[in-house]
Design a protein around this ligand. Structure first.
Ligand SMILES: [Zn+2]
Length: 434
């Protein structure tokens, strides 16, 4: 995600504990172990991880079927806080389930778990938006499909949309064939024009989807995008999410700015479509944030700081010295604003103890202190040497979770330069009044 200036206002729902409608139905499969689970004696931490989610969505009546492959058979706890559950089936038949604290709990699941459900439109950047696109970052996937929102739990996806309004197109990947964070999957529905931007050295087709009246802005913002994507592939390593990629213009409401890393068709707000940094930033998330996932929410800077630096680096190489100066001058203004505003340190200690929204980690500090952290390191070790470190890190952790500490260790190991003092000054320090 690329945020600019404003803050995200989100409503956090207080979940109620309810018994599912299916509890009293006669033909449900049950077993003795269900009772401990359904009585709340087992918790979500003991539940199995997800391997793949296949979503079949009908937009005409907002209902869907999720077929979920598990890492292994066992107790399943899925986030479903914004969904109405109609039926749950596994290899044994219709299953008892319980809704507890926004979770769907099913004991001793065998084989794929099939959940039929309904969902609704959300106005606060937390599900299907009125503008026709979806966004579930950071932990709102349970408003759109049954999920685990922890980014470390990577999952493969399949997606199929029916009921797309006449005259409009739905832009989405039919499959995501390597592990991705749960917030990566999305769709966008609109009256789109696709413009080809060319093919990279590795054979990836790069395009841009614009909305009516938006073609000029789209062309301006994607002037270097094919070359930028080519640079990421050549310097960092092979892209993980297919051979066809695009920036997609979306209409967002209040609370979202810039873009969102919905690879391979990442979203860019209609009013940011002329901004080259936004396109380069979201494209770079294919390598960090999506390609390498966050081990903990506290590692947010490994996603946003790294891609902010990579966007500046790629635009410098492909766009020249004037564009490079413009990007860093804008980053400096944003850093100054972020320091004045404050928030959580760019890289808080701990693991999944912070709430990224409520505890103020979602400010511009991780983005800009992160970018300047790498710029300071590059000044010490050389930009090409740092490119090499970041590329090796990507290839070592591709489609797996990783931490910012691992990046700092990699810089020290590969270059002999210890960036810890820079990290302490920029990333661990608290700034501003809040
Ligand atoms: Zn971002």
């Amino acid at each position: 995600m690329l945020r600019r200036t404003a803050s995200l206002a989100l409503v956090v729902t207080a979940w109620a504990v309810t018994c599912a409608a299916g509890c009293a139905t006669d033909d449900l499969v049950d077993d003795p172990a269900d009772d401990a689970w359904l009585d709340g004696k087992a918790d979500g931490a003991t539940a199995v991880d997800l391997a793949a989610i296949d979503l079949d969505v009908d937009l005409s009546d907002l209902d869907a079927t999720a077929t979920i492959a598990l890492e292994k058979n066992g107790n399943v706890a899925l986030e479903v806080g914004g969904l109405t559950i109609d039926d749950v089936v596994d290899g044994r038949g219709h299953r008892r389930y319980k809704l507890v604290g926004g979770q769907l709990r099913v004991a001793n699941v065998r084989g794929p778990l099939v959940v039929r459900y309904r969902f609704s439109t959300h106005a606060m950047a937390d599900g299907l938006l009125p503008g026709g696109s979806t966004v579930v970052w950071p932990y709102f996937c349970g408003n759109l499909f049954p999920c685990h929102s922890r980014p470390a739990d990577g999952v493969r996806f399949a997606l199929h949309l029916d009921g797309v309004p006449a005259g409009k197109q739905a832009i989405y990947p039919p499959t995501i064939d390597s592990d991705a964070p749960p917030y990566m999957i999305a769709w966008a529905v609109g009256s789109y024009t696709r413009t080809e931007l060319g093919t990279t050295t590795a054979g990836t087709k790069v395009a841009v989807y614009s909305l009516p009246g938006g073609l000029t802005a789209a062309r301006t913002g994607t002037k270097h995008l094919r070359a930028v994507f080519d640079w990421y592939e050549r310097v960092l390593g092979p892209y993980a999410f297919g051979k066809d990629v695009a920036s997609v213009s979306v209409v967002w409401g209040e609370g979202l700015y810039g873009g969102m890393e919905h690879h391979p068709y990442w979203h860019v707000a209609k009013d940011a479509m002329a901004d080259e940094v936004t396109h380069a930033h979201e494209a770079a998330h294919g390598w960090f944030g999506d390609g390498v996932r966050l081990k903990c929410w506290e590692d947010f800077v490994l996603s946003e700081g790294t891609v902010s630096y990579l966007a500046a680096r790629a635009l410098a190489v492909t766009g020249g010295a004037t564009l490079e100066r413009q990007v860093w001058a804008e980053y400096q203004r944003e850093l100054d604003d972020a320091i004045a505003t404050g928030g959580a340190p760019a890289w808080p200690t701990g693991c999944n103890q912070i709430d990224i929204i409520r505890d103020d980690l979602f400010t511009n500090l991780p983005y800009m202190q992160g970018a300047f952290f790498y710029k300071d390191v590059a000044a010490a070790v050389g930009v090409d040497a740092l490119d090499g470190v970041i590329g090796r890190f990507y290839r070592a952790h591709k489609n797996q979770p990783a931490s910012m500490q691992e990046m700092i260790d990699a810089i020290k190991r590969d270059t002999g330069f210890d960036p810890t003092p820079i990290a302490n000054a920029r990333l661990r320090a608290r700034f501003g009044p809040r």
